[in-house]
Design a protein around this ligand. Structure first.
Ligand SMILES: [Zn+2]
Ligand SMILES: [Zn+2]
Length: 318
């Protein structure tokens, strides 16, 4: 089969062996999405080698009979289900896990992918492939609601108007809390304004900053940390959503002085994400910037890496 393979130096569309079905379901990939993590991997993050991609929707081609033919999305943390973490229900933190397209498991920029059956979720008919492909990043946004109890009278500040920042802002907005999203691109912030979410250009916000009860750092840049700390009120909560390959020096003193709770936040639950897509309480399709065939996978990565480009999709259906 064709796949976009990262060999540690280059990402190339190349011929790869078909995945084997043993104890897994093989999914014929329809559509996949390029994520910042894919780009970080090509800069050295996780020291991964293999087929890239972890955001996808497709049909089960082989596996248990009741799943065959189903249109599915799949969670990306492939847990052992035996260790202490797994037995406590923390499969996404299993120390023995592989992670699709990120750690010891081939990814979704391919004609086919093998995934554990327990990671599959059926996609309701009302959700298009173009929306369903956002389930994984949207679930990562919903993870914040699993971790932080956000009240309707909370003031939330989201830094970042990239792919993840736009999803997080909409998810926080579903709680009824007041959300202000701060970014550098008025055309992207306009997507949120259209949903009734307040936005500010970074330069304006810096001129008269207002501290948040809950602040989310989702700029994807290592330098955003100090700004996000200063935007968090004393005893407030700072949620870190950016995974970046480089690690700059950080000053922890303000966290102590202001007694700020810092929450690291990564992958999240698929069920509320699928539910939000089905009920259209979040809007994802306006985030689609470009679409490429799998054979043009290298161009798709390059496009996703350009500044200001939102979601790039890869059509794997051939
Ligand atoms: Zn991702
Ligand atoms: Zn485990």
């Amino acid at each position: 089969m064709q796949a976009l393979y990262w060999n540690g130096k280059q990402a190339r569309v190349t011929e790869r062996p078909d995945p084997e079905a043993s104890e897994r379901a093989v999914v014929r990939v329809s559509l996949a999405g390029v994520c910042a993590t894919d780009l970080e991997i090509t800069r050295g993050y996780m020291d991964y080698r293999g087929v890239l991609g972890h955001e996808f929707v497709g049909h089960v081609e082989s596996g248990p009979e009741d799943w065959r033919g189903a249109r599915v999305v799949a969670e990306i943390n492939n847990a052992c289900l035996k260790c202490d973490s797994c037995l406590r229900g923390l499969e996404r933190h299993c120390p023995n896990r592989s992670v699709t397209g990120i750690l010891n498991a081939n990814g979704a920029f391919a004609e086919r992918i093998a995934v554990p059956v327990e990671n599959l979720h059926r996609v309701p008919d009302s959700i298009s492939n173009e929306a369903a492909v956002f389930t994984e990043p949207l679930a990562a946004a919903f993870e914040i609601l699993e971790q932080v109890d956000i009240q309707p009278d909370d003031y939330c500040v989201v830094f970042g108007d990239g792919r993840l920042g736009l999803l997080i802002s909409q998810v926080l907005h579903t709680t009824g809390a007041h959300v202000t999203t701060i970014g550098k691109h008025s055309e992207k912030l306009a997507l949120l304004e259209a949903r009734g979410i307040e936005t500010q250009l970074l330069s304006n916000w810096e001129a008269s900053p207002r501290q948040g009860d809950v602040v989310v750092e989702a700029t994807g840049s290592a330098s955003g940390f100090a700004r996000a700390v200063s935007a968090t009120r004393p005893r407030g909560t700072l949620v870190l959503k950016s995974t970046v390959a480089d690690s700059p020096p950080i000053d922890l003193a303000p966290l102590v002085i202001n007694e700020i709770t810092v929450v690291g936040s990564r992958c999240g639950p698929f069920a509320p994400a699928l539910d939000a897509l089905a009920r259209e309480t979040v809007s994802v399709e306006p985030l689609i910037a470009a679409r490429y065939a799998l054979a043009e996978g290298e161009q798709a990565l390059a496009k996703a890496g350009e500044t200001g480009v939102l979601k790039v999709l890869i059509d794997c259906s051939g």
